[in-house]
Design a binder for this molecule. Structure first.
Ligand code: IMP
Length: 190
């Protein structure tokens, strides 16, 4: 295993913190929150958003420890990948109702949640880990669990939305957990 004792996670989201901490703690790593108020760089792809964001933090020059930053989005096939990298903004503005209105009664409802996670290791630079969960957009909002687009996303092979599942059930198949697994596997390698 790489000789890492502490990893900083750049987020204000405690849900993400707990999920990542649960996986890294057994590897003997302590996850600490790193709160930064910086404006997220806009770009066409999640990878670019992450790389540019991590670059800004590195240029500030005060963190010489491993850190992780992640970005996710909902990519709807029939809308050309929208809201994608604009997922936070779109959810804050038109919300799930607005997405359902845009979809209307079209049959092509395929979509994917995607996460890209960047790990910065001093002296090694940035490595990226990706996770995807495919599914479809429901015809109405269903369920009370979770957050964001969960009430309108039905993962592949299931009939319930993410918001109708328990947190554990959703996390086990989520885009984020797939990216975390890649990160954990990388850190566990000698
Ligand atoms: P973030 O990059 O993880 O902050 O995600 C960007 C936006 O995508 C959030 O504001 C959420 O609305 C949405 N999102 C990300 N992950 C999920 C998820 O697992 N379920 C529902 N919405 C999500």
């Amino acid at each position: 295993m790489k000789d890492i004792r502490t990893i900083y996670l750049l987020t204000g989201n405690m849900g993400k913190f707990k999920e990542i901490d649960r996986w890294l703690q057994p590897l003997g790593m302590e996850v600490k929150l790193l709160k930064r108020n910086f404006i997220e760089t806009q770009a066409d792809h999640l990878e670019e958003v992450i790389l540019k964001g991590m670059d800004i933090i590195n240029k500030e020059g005060d963190i010489n420890e491993p850190f992780v930053k992640d970005d996710s989005g909902l990519f709807i096939d029939a809308l050309g990948g929208f809201p994608g990298v604009y997922s936070s903004y779109v959810h804050r503005t038109i919300g799930n109702r607005g997405i359902l209105d845009l979809m209307g009664d079209r049959n092509d409802r395929g979509a994917a949640f995607r996460t890209v996670m960047g790990l910065y290791l001093p002296g090694k630079g940035v490595s990226l880990f990706r996770g995807e969960c495919r599914g479809m957009i429901s015809y109405e909002e269903r369920g009370k669990q979770g957050f964001g687009y969960d009430p309108i996303f039905i993962p592949e092979g299931r009939s319930m939305t993410f918001a109708e599942m328990s947190v554990e059930e959703k996390n086990a198949m989520s885009h984020r957990i797939k990216a975390i697994r890649g990160l954990v596997e990388y850190l566990s390698r000698g």
